[in-house]
Design a binder for this molecule. Sequence first.
Ligand code: HEC
Length: 133
Amino acid sequence: MQKIVLFFMAIALLCASCQSEKKENSNINIGTKKEKLSPYDLGEKIFNGKGKCYTCHKIDKKSIGPGVIEIMKIYKDQNKDLISFLKQEADPIVDPETFTVMKTNFAIIKTFTEEELKAVEVYMTEVKTNKSE
Ligand code: HEC
């Protein structure tokens, strides 16, 4: 009789341990699952992350480079295309004198996909409207 009890206890233990293992696995899956970010969130992530834009561009004030709001205002006023500039197809219009500083970052920007460039544009545009409201 005791043997049977032990047997069931052993099974119960095994189940418990395999369940916790499963849990861990599914946690790991959630962590690596590629979530679909909105263009704004993706843009923000790139701007502050791998694009390193934020090291030189603050949102509402000038630092090493002009502030994002100022850049976007000039782009809007002159009806220019931000993505063309990022693709190095259009000349700088904001502060051409310090363009050499911005130029150092094109090595990174060149690695962006079309979707990422668009996302950065969305972020830079909307961050402005968020702030001014
Ligand atoms: C090393 C510092 C630095 C980094 C990093 C940097 N920038 Fe700049 N950026 C500048 C400077 C300085 C200017 C002003 C010169 C100019 O107008 O081109 C500028 C200008 C710009 C302009 C205006 C261009 C124009 O028409 O004059 C845009 C748009 C821009 N940056 C976007 C970005 C984005 C997007 C990133 C990240 C992917 C980035 N920058 C990263 C320094 C930087």
